[in-house]
Ligand binder design. Structure first.
Ligand code: UD1
Length: 338
C-alpha cells in the first residue's frame, strides 16, 4: 500500500483527502501542528477510513519532526502539502506570519522531500495566484497577476519553488492544484469546516448565521460589474476537491510533464447573492442579510476553466452547489453534539 504524507491532514480539506486516499487503497500518514484544526477530527478520519491512520503532531517548519515521522513510518511514496494559513484578510494584518508559515513550511518540506527521495509531490495552491485577471474564466495559461494579498503571494512563491525544485531534482514529479472556492462537507455528516473564531469565508458565515451564532450575514459589495452586483466565484464541493488529489497522484505515477498545474473548480460562477438564495431554498432556512461595502482585496468575478483537469486527470466535479450547501448545513447542525 502506498504511503502518502498528508500535511495539514486534520484540516477542512485535508481530512476529506485522507478519507478519499484510504478509499482508493492509499495509506495516508498525517502531519499536523493543530494550529488551525481540531484533534477530535483524527478519530473521525479513522472512523471513515475504517482503519488506523497515523497522525503526528508536527510542524512542517521543523525538519526533525518530519524526520522522526519518517523514521517511524519508513519510505514515503508521496506528499500532499496543505499545511498553511489561508485567510486573505488575516494575511493583510499579519504578513510576516504568512510568509513564515506558508513559505517556511514549503521550503523545509522541500528539503525533506529531497533528502528522503520522495518521488511525488502534490501542492495545494489556489486561484488566488491569478490575482485580478483580465478574463473571468481563467485557464492554467492565464498568467499570475499581481498578488492582492500576502496570502496570494505565498501561493505564487510556493508554486515558483516547485518549478525550481524540479529543475534541480528532475526525479521529482510535482502537481499543483489551484482550488477555487471549496465548500460543503462530507455527506456522512462526520467531517466539515471548523473555522476558529469569526469566519472569514462565506460558507461558514452563512451556516453560523443560519444556526443563530451570528446575527446577520453581510454581503460585501453590491456594485460590482456582475449580473446582480455581488462578487462571482466558483464554489466546488470539498469531496470533489479531495478526489482531485487522488487523480493527481495517479497522474504522477506516470507523469509526462512536471511540474504541472490544474484548476480545480466546477467551471461555473455563482454570485454571493445566488449562494445565499440557494442556501435558503434548499435548506428551508431564511438568512438575515445586510448590505455592506466592498471587502478590500476582493476581485469582482473569477471562475475556472477545467478542461485541462478533465482531459489530463479525468477529473471533474460531480456534486452540485445545491448538494454542497445542503451538506454544509447538515454539518453545521451536527456541531451541537461535537
Ligand atoms: C479566497 C481565494 C481562494 C482561497 C480562499 C481561502 C481569491 C480570488 N480566492 O477566496 O482561492 O481558497 O480565499 O480562504 O483570492 N463574502 C461576503 N460576506 C462574508 C464573507 C464573504 O459577502 O461574510 C463574499 C466575499 O466578498 C467574496 C465571496 O463571498 O466575494 C467569497 O469569499 P470567501 O469565502 O472569503 O473566499 P474568497 O475570498 O473568494
Amino acid at each position: 500500500m502506498k504511503k502518502i504524507l498528508l500535511t495539514g491532514g486534520t484540516g477542512y480539506i485535508g481530512s476529506h483527502i485522507a478519507v478519499a486516499l484510504a478509499r482508493e487503497g492509499y495509506s495516508p500518514v498525517i502531519a499536523d501542528n493543530f494550529s488551525r484544526s481540531d484533534r477530535r477530527i483524527a478519530e473521525r478520519i479513522r472512523e471513515l477510513c475504517g482503519r488506523a491512520v497515523p497522525v503526528y503532531e508536527a510542524d512542517c517548519r521543523d525538519i526533525n519532526a518530519l524526520r522522526n515521522l519518517r523514521d517511524r513510518e519508513g519510505h514515503l511514496d508521496g506528499v500532499i502539502h496543505l499545511a498553511a494559513f489561508k485567510s486573505v484578510g488575516e494575511s493583510v494584518r499579519k504578513p510576516a506570519a504568512y510568509f513564515d508559515n506558508n513559505i517556511g513550511s514549503m521550503s523545509v518540506l522541500s528539503a525533506f522531500i529531497k533528502e528522503s527521495k520522495i518521488p511525488h509531490f502534490v501542492f495545494s495552491s489556489s486561484c488566488t495566484v491569478y490575482g485580478s485577471p483580465e478574463v473571468r474564466e481563467v485557464t492554467e495559461e492565464t498568467p499570475f497577476g499581481k498578488a492582492f494579498s500576502p496570502y496570494g503571494y505565498t501561493k505564487q512563491a510556493c508554486e515558483r519553488l516547485t518549478h525550481d525544485l524540479v529543475r534541480a531534482e528532475p526525479w521529482l514529479k510535482v502537481v499543483s492544484l489551484r482550488y477555487f472556492n471549496p465548500i460543503g462537507a462530507h455527506p456522512s455528516g462526520r467531517l466539515g469546516e471548523l473555522p476558529g473564531g469569526i469566519p472569514d469565508n462565506l460558507l461558514p458565515y452563512i451556516t453560523q448565521t443560519a444556526v443563530g451564532e451570528r446575527e446577520a450575514l453581510t454581503v460585501f459589495g453590491e456594485d460590482y460589474d456582475t449580473p446582480d452586483g455581488s462578487c462571482v466565484r466558483d464554489y466546488v464541493h470539498v469531496c470533489d476537491v479531495a478526489e482531485a488529489h487522488v487523480r493527481a497522484l495517479a497522474y504522477l505515477a506516470d507523469a509526462e510533464h512536471s511540474p504541472e498545474v490544474f484548476n480545480i473548480g466546477t467551471g461555473k460562477g455563482h454570485s454571493v447573492k445566488e449562494i445565499i438564495d440557494i442556501f435558503s431554498r434548499v435548506n428551508g432556512v431564511p438568512l438575515k442579510v445586510i448590505h455592506g461595502p466592498r471587502r478590500p482585496g476582493d476581485v469582482d468575478a473569477i471562475y475556472a476553466n477545467v478542461d485541462k483537469a478533465t482531459e489530463v486527470l479525468d477529473w471533474k466535479s460531480t456534486y452540485t452547489v445545491e448538494d454542497a450547501l445542503k451538506h454544509a448545513w447538515e454539518w453545521q447542525k451536527s456541531l451541537v453534539n461535537f
